[in-house]
Design a protein around this ligand. Structure first.
Ligand code: PLP
Length: 375
């Protein structure tokens, strides 16, 4: 560490230089986060000192968190859901499965996840010592119920369904998973980290949330399509009792108990989530999702004109395109500034149409993709 402190001007200039190396979102079609809404940024700055790890000191922020959970619960089929704002989808998935494992009381627990599950479930398996069993997908990349059933046994502590899979943007048949969960009295977790702020606003209605009897917990992230600041994930449980396995005594804080995985945690992210959710309201999110979906359909229609097809009709604002010479084409696109991504199996070009993408940028991308196929 430098002995003498640098002037604020010098520090800020170093920061500006570092920031100039970061990618602006303009040409990013691979990310699930986006530029946060300005009202979220303002709220974040106002609560920058707030630590919900010791919420006895931050009662106002704690009340905001309760309101955010109730608002998100309302959007996800149960305004009485309980939970807390996590650091993101990974923490929410870890904590949901920790609850499931502890409630199950199984000595050698396993969980069944779709093979399309986010890699956070591999972290869950390692951290919680739960065996992860990956169920096959059907032709539309939804989890195959028969495969889930065949992987279940007496040690199954949880089943996971996804509402908005990372690679395909597909929604698993949550109602059928719930039937399995109900008939075997097993915990069902829905990972809607991405879809939590998309699916409720789609024109097609899906049964994916607490309105389905048997859904025990849901991950839904304000810092993805919720347009809030990082780090803001949401973990919601149907039953208050699900928080008990996460409870830890905190003798030297102003509070007696904590349920979060992290100790110190951002009150700023909670204030930001509250601000953007109440500012946009259902109408605001609907407009954003409608715009992303319109652009997604435009992309798919226009690339089909030069022979590129999607693996499935897009369900949400994520598309997987069957592109020949995928690696080369992606490299060429990269040299033109575009960030694209891939699906694992089958390998395809994965594109996420986030709110930061403009119609003009999309026009350029489609034309660059066409050129890059020919190069
Ligand atoms: N679950 C799903 C479906 C995701 O798409 C992601 C991230 O892309 C996560 C979980 C992990 O979220 P985070 O990166 O916020 O931890």
């Amino acid at each position: 560490m430098n002995r003498k402190g640098l002037s604020e001007k010098d520090v800020l200039s170093i920061l500006d230089k570092a920031r100039s190396k970061d990618t602006s979102y303009d040409k990013v079609l691979s990310a699930m986060c986006t530029t946060p809404h300005p009202v979220a940024v303002k709220a974040h700055m106002r609560f920058i000192q707030s630590n919900l790890g010791d919420f006895g000191l931050f009662q106002g922020t704690k009340e905001l968190e309760e309101k955010v959970i109730s608002l998100m619960g309302g959007l996800l089929g149960d305004p009485h859901a309980c939970g807390y704002i996590t650091t993101g989808g990974t923490e929410s998935n870890i904590q949901a499965l920790r609850t499931a494992r502890n409630l199950s009381g199984k000595r050698r627990p396993n969980m069944i996840v779709p093979s399309s599950a986010h890699f956070s479930f591999d972290k869950v398996a390692d951290l919680l010592d739960i065996e992860v069993r990956k169920a096959d997908l059907d032709a539309e990349f939804k989890v195959d119920i028969g495969s889930v059933e065949s992987l279940m046994d007496d040690n199954t502590a949880a089943i996971v369904g996804i509402a908005g899979s990372t690679e395909f943007g597909q929604i698993d048949p949550i109602d059928e998973l719930a039937e399995l969960a109900n008939s075997h009295d097993i915990f069902l977790h829905v990972d809607a980290a991405f879809g939590g702020f998309v699916v409720p606003f789609l024109d097609t209605k899906y049964d994916f949330d607490f309105s389905v009897r048997g859904v025990s917990s849901i991950t839904s992230d304000p810092h993805k399509m919720g347009l809030s600041t990082i780090p803001a994930g949401g973990l919601l449980f149907r039953e208050e009792a699900c928080l008990l396995p996460l409870e830890i005594d905190t003798p030297y804080l102003t509070i007696r108990k904590q349920h979060s995985l992290t100790g110190t945690r951002s009150g700023a992210a909670v204030a930001a989530a509250y601000a953007v959710i109440t500012h946009l309201g259902k109408e605001g999110y609907k407009k954003i999702v409608d715009r992303c979906m319109k652009m997604t359909h435009r992309l798919v229609n226009e690339v089909q004109e030069f022979g590129i097809t999607p693996l499935i009709d897009p369900v949400m604002n994520i598309v997987a395109l069957d592109v020949p010479d995928l690696d080369d084409v992606r490299k060429r696109l990269r040299s033109r500034g575009w960030f694209t991504s891939i699906t694992r199996s089958p390998r395809a070009m994965r594109l996420v149409i986030m709110p930061h993408l403009t119609e003009i940028a999309l026009t350029h991308f489609i034309s660059d993709l066409k050129d890059c196929l020919r190069d």
